[in-house]
Design a protein around this ligand. Structure first.
Ligand SMILES: [Mn+2]
Length: 292
C-alpha cells in the first residue's frame, strides 16, 4: 500500500531552512504533504510569510514521515511516530549512525551548512519551480551567515550558485532579507530570543542557548538580554564576528576555552562567526553531554 507521506521538522520552531526544505521537497516528490505546525521564528520575515507557501496543517491518520532539518528524536514534532519515519534529510550532528542503520540510503545526514543544499542535491537536475528555488536559495545564505560561517561547504556554494538561476528575487535580496530580519529582531529582542532557544543537558545541568543573526549586532549587546538564557550568540554579518552573551561563570569559562573569546563583563567577541550547532558540538565533545 502506498501510504500518504508527511514531510515535517522540529517541534520548537520553524526556521527558514526547514520551511524551504519541506516546501521544496514536497514539490519534488509531488505526492507528499508539508506539515509545519511550530511557530515561525525571526529567520522568516514578513515578505517571505507573504509568499504562497502552501503549508499543510492537517493530514490523515496512518501516514509515514519524512524528516527534514532534524534528526534528533528528542527534537522532532510530537505527532511523528518513530517507527513510521521512512526518510531523514538533515545536517545536524549526533544521529548519523542511528538513522543510517535504520533507513540505509533513505537517510542523508551530512554536515553541510544548510539542509536546503541536500534538498537541492535531491533535485539532481529535475525542474524546480520558482518558489522552491527562492526558498532554498534564501535558506542557504541564511543558514551559513551569508556563506561566511565555518560550516559552509563547497556543496553549499555550488547549490547557492546553481539555484540563483532559478530564482526571481530582487537583485539586492540578501541585504533586503537581513535588514528585514534585523528590524523585526530589534523591535522586540526578548521575543526573538525566546523563539530561537535550544535546551540541552550538560553534565546534569540544564542550559539554554539562544542565537540571533543580524546585519549589525551593536544594539543587541546589552546586559538585560544576556539574562534570560545561559548563553546568547549574536552573530554580526557585517563584521563577520559572533558575540557571546552570558552572565554564567561556568559558561563564560567554557566559551573562552572553546573559542578563545575573552569576556569583558557579560560579552565576549570571537574573531569569526560561530553558529549554535558548532558551539554545541564543541560542548558535546568536551563534556559528557546529552541533548534533550
Ligand atoms: Mn538547518
Amino acid at each position: 500500500m502506498n501510504r500518504d507521506k508527511v514531510i515535517t521538522g522540529g517541534s520548537a520552531y520553524t526556521d527558514i531552512d526547514v520551511l524551504a526544505c519541506a516546501i521544496a521537497y514536497k514539490k519534488l516528490l509531488k505526492n507528499a504533504m508539508a506539515v509545519l505546525r511550530a511557530p515561525f521564528n525571526e529567520t522568516i520575515p514578513d515578505s517571505i510569510k507573504n509568499w504562497d507557501l502552501q503549508i499543510d496543517l492537517e493530514f490523515p491518520e496512518g501516514c509515514q514521515y519524512i524528516l527534514v532539518d532534524v534528526s534528533d528524536p528528542n527534537f522532532f514534532e510530537s505527532f511523528v511516530e518513530l517507527d513510521q519515519v521512512v526518510e531523514v534529510i538533515d545536517h545536524h550532528f549526533g544521529f548519523e549512525a542511528y538513522w543510517k542503520q535504520r533507513l540505509g540510503e533513505k537517510s542523508v545526514v551530512e554536515h553541510v551548512g544548510s539542509c536546503a543544499t541536500l534538498i537541492w542535491e535531491k533535485y539532481n537536475h529535475s525542474p524546480i519551480d520558482t518558489l522552491s528555488a527562492n526558498l532554498l536559495y534564501t535558506a542557504i545564505f541564511a543558514n551559513t551567515l551569508n556563506l561566511q560561517a565555518e560550516v559552509t561547504t563547497e556543496r553549499d556554494i555550488a547549490a547557492f550558485n546553481e539555484l540563483k538561476n532559478h530564482t526571481d528575487l530582487p537583485s539586492n535580496w540578501i541585504a533586503q532579507y537581513y535588514s528585514e530580519v534585523s528590524q523585526s529582531i530589534l523591535q522586540d529582542p526578548q521575543k526573538a530570543v525566546k523563539k530561537d532557544t535550544k535546551r540541552l543537558q550538560i553534565s546534569g545541568k540544564e542550559i539554554t542557548i539562544a542565537q540571533l543573526e543580524v546585519w549589525s549586532a551593536k544594539e543587541l549587546l546589552h546586559e538585560e538580554l544576556s539574562k534570560s538564557q545561559s548563553l546568547l550568540i549574536v552573530s554580526d554579518i557585517s563584521t563577520q564576528k559572533s558575540h557571546f552573551l552570558s552572565t554564567d561563570q561556568a559558561i563564560q569559562q567554557w566559551i573562552t576555552k572553546s573559542t578563545n573569546a575573552e569576556f569583558k563583563g557579560h560579552v565576549a567577541t570571537a574573531d569569526r562567526l560561530w553558529m549554535r550547532k558548532e558551539v554545541i558540538r564543541e560542548f558535546t565533545s568536551s563534556a559528557a553531554c546529552r541533548t534533550s
